[in-house]
Design a protein. Structure first.
Length: 316
């Protein structure tokens, strides 16, 4: 199979039929063999009914329905697990991603040898203050922190070699950082393609300003995980040793000063250096214990499923 199209969605009933027709037209005109995997992330409208109707007419349409809303990352993870195409394309279901970009993305993976190609919506139809400016700031911070030189980490339109999606773990809200996860997994040939951004035709956006706050917090998380996720003792242990040595240095100074320099001076407990020494030694010990516990948890944690599937379509 040439292409798997993975589409997470939440309450996008109005756009699904039009999106399917558009994708099918592109695939057939380019003679691609394909599958379309819709992941209904707990929709409360008739999205699942529409997916049922599409799958009954076309066996290439497959569906996963979550028991409730688990989030876009979990939806993508479920779609990646089931994808079989040599190239996996992800896109949003709101018609803001243009299916006509699929052949170009496919060619960059197959002919140019990229592991991942991310879309760049250079010209956007979103509000400047509510989305464009925060998005530019967010993407700048992501580039600086991760070392992945992309202009648009948030673009839902991406293409992957199959082995990439089979070897990355998308969880929490890490869908924004799939290129970073891919780089950390060893897939370093990451490209970018300018893609057309469509104005939203139906419904309203599911994301508010809070996604940028969450995005920056996730950026810190993924920086930590990429640097120290497999060795937390290297960070916490180092901080613990530094803090403990600072405290020990103050304690040593106080001891020498009291014994040899000013034996008739103030009590040690009346001097501010005493509390600095005490606090830093306690904090250093806590950092060291945190790193030790992190190593234990890392080696003993069981694998857990992060979502519950309610229904499946055409997956046999």
């Amino acid at each position: 199979m040439d292409i798997s199209v993975v589409i997470p969605l939440l309450n996008e009933q109005e756009s699904l039929k039009e999106l399917y027709d558009w994708i099918a037209r592109v695939m057939q005109s380019n003679r691609f063999s394909y599958e379309i995997i819709f992941i209904d992330d707990g929709s409360t409208d008739d999205s699942w009914k529409t997916i049922n109707e599409l799958s009954s007419k076309d066996k290439q349409v497959k569906g996963i329905r979550f028991l409730k809303n688990f989030g876009k990352s979990q939806a993508l993870h479920a779609g990646f697990e089931l994808a079989k195409g040599d190239v996996v394309i992800t896109m949003d279901a709101d018609l803001q991603d243009n299916p006509d970009e699929i052949p170009g993305l496919y060619n960059m993976i197959v002919n140019d040898g990229y592991d991942l190609v991310s879309g760049w919506k250079k010209k956007r139809y979103d509000s400047i203050l509510s989305k464009n400016l925060p998005s530019k700031l967010f993407n700048w911070a992501a580039r600086k922190t991760s070392g992945v030189k992309l202009h648009d980490f948030n673009c839902g339109l991406k293409a992957f070699r199959l082995e990439v999606v089979k070897n990355i773990d998308v969880n929490g809200e890490m869908h924004r950082y799939i290129p970073v996860l891919s780089k950390n997994a060893g897939f370093t040939k990451i490209g970018e393609k300018i893609v057309q951004h469509q104005a939203r035709k139906y419904g309203e956006t599911k994301f508010g300003m809070d996604r940028f706050i969450n995005g920056f917090l996730d950026l810190i998380t993924i920086w930590f995980l990429s640097r120290f996720g497999k060795r937390p003792m290297h960070l916490f242990g180092s901080l613990g040793v530094i803090m403990f040595m600072i405290g020990f240095g103050f304690a040593l100074y106080l001891g020498i000063d009291k014994l040899f320099l000013t034996p008739q001076g103030r009590l040690i407990t009346e001097r501010p250096q005493f509390y600095i020494a005490l606090s830093t030694m306690i904090i250093g010990t806590q950092f060291f214990v945190a790193g030790f516990l992190g190593e234990i948890i890392l080696r003993t944690k069981p694998e857990r499923k992060r979502y519950m599937v309610k229904d499946l379509l055409n997956l046999n």
